[in-house]
Write a protein that binds this ligand. Structure first.
Ligand code: ZN
Length: 367
């Protein structure tokens, strides 16, 4: 009997101890931190950001910004209080790392004339998240005394070994050649070669981009070949398409434009006739067909052209309702040769896009 009682007391005691332990375990606060935490150097980071979750407790520690300006380990301490008011400190380590390469600001095409050395690092800027001063070097071979295109690299390396390599081209031009480069708002590269603008390789003429007065001498062979193809296809469908107005020289456009200005005033003339140098007809890639007037709109011929011209490399250059983009009102008779690839893109399943929209360029006179 006595032994039984003793055993019972022991068992009860053990149970109580276990129960207390369980209760204590259940209510004791617990913090879990994000494991193997790496934070980029100079990143805005707070002590509380390192916490994954908290059990049975409330954070006492204030939100504090961590100094992330130096590489290496940093210890973080977080204090937690449970419902009984018992507080405890927890520690973790975060590692400040630099895995980001420097950023180089540069021009992707540099030009010079033969024999004229230029500083390839002029205007090149480099920044890095580590805030260190980083030097840029040029990699690749080039010769200022030999015309050509040299593919080169700007290379920048930070102290953590992160390397950034950016490709650029050095063009050494022959004397008398003049080239300048730009990038459109849609990211296409443009070049102005001796006064003629090419975007993504396509010649562009509009109110913003002009042609030199000496440019052009008739419709180009590829334009004529493509037109003959189009003409044959139209005939098979029962339509007679003919060129009413093809190439127009700069001088011819001077006369035309001035006459329109005399008749309708400059503002009106600018909506339907290009100023000299700004007419696509001078490019040799453009023509007007059949009836050059609003009466041509919606004729079977105009509709056939609108739906089929792209198959032969032509675009409806001034689509209906795109006056703001092209700078010109709807011209159902005016077609421009761009080749089949671009023509199909601009045809856009029947919802014609303008060159201006596609390339991300404007068509506005400077003055
Ligand atoms: Zn025209």
């Amino acid at each position: 009997m006595k032994i039984k009682k003793k055993v019972l007391i022991i068992l009860i005691s053990i149970s109580i101890v276990i129960l207390i332990a369980v209760i204590f375990f259940v209510i004791s606060p617990k913090v879990r931190f994000i494991e193997n935490l790496e934070v980029p150097i100079n990143k805005e980071y707070y002590n509380l950001d390192a916490i994954k979750n908290i059990k049975n407790g409330k954070i006492i520690s204030n939100k504090e910004r961590i100094d992330t300006s130096k590489l290496g380990n940093i210890e973080i301490t977080i204090e937690i209080k449970n419902i009984l008011g018992i507080s405890k400190k927890y520690k973790t380590k975060i590692k400040i790392v630099d895995t980001e390469a420097p950023n180089i600001i540069y021009k992707n095409i540099l030009t010079t004339q033969i024999g004229k050395e230029i500083d390839l690092l002029n205007g090149v800027e480099v920044s890095d998240n580590s805030n260190e001063k980083i030097n840029v070097v040029v990699e690749g071979e080039y010769d200022f005394n030999k015309t050509g295109e040299y593919l080169l690299y700007y290379v920048a390396k930070d102290s953590s070994g992160n390397i950034k390599k950016e490709k650029f081209t050095l063009k050494v031009l022959a004397n008398g050649v003049n080239e300048s480069y730009f990038t459109t708002s849609k990211g296409f590269s443009g070049v102005i070669k001796n006064g003629v603008t090419y975007i993504d390789g396509y010649l562009v003429v509009n109110k913003t981009y002009s042609l030199p007065s000496t440019y052009g001498n008739g419709l180009t062979k590829e334009t004529m070949d493509a037109f003959n193809e189009l003409k044959s296809a139209a005939l098979l469908d029962g339509f007679n398409i003919y060129i009413a107005s093809g190439f127009r020289s700069y001088d011819r456009q001077v006369t035309l434009y001035n006459n329109y200005v005399k008749r309708d005033g400059k503002n009106a003339a600018d909506t339907y006739s290009a100023r000299p140098g700004h007419s696509e007809h001078q490019s040799g890639l453009t023509f007007d067909v059949n009836e050059v007037s609003d009466k041509f709109h919606n004729t079977p011929e105009a509709n056939w052209l609108k739906d089929n011209c792209y198959k032969y490399g032509f675009i409806l250059r001034f689509p209906n309702g795109k006056d703001k983009e092209t700078g010109f009102k709807y011209e159902s008779w005016h077609f421009r040769y761009v080749g089949k690839e671009l023509a199909k893109k601009l045809y856009n399943d029947g919802d014609w896009l303008t060159m201006e929209e596609y390339f991300g360029i404007l068509s506005i006179y400077e003055d």
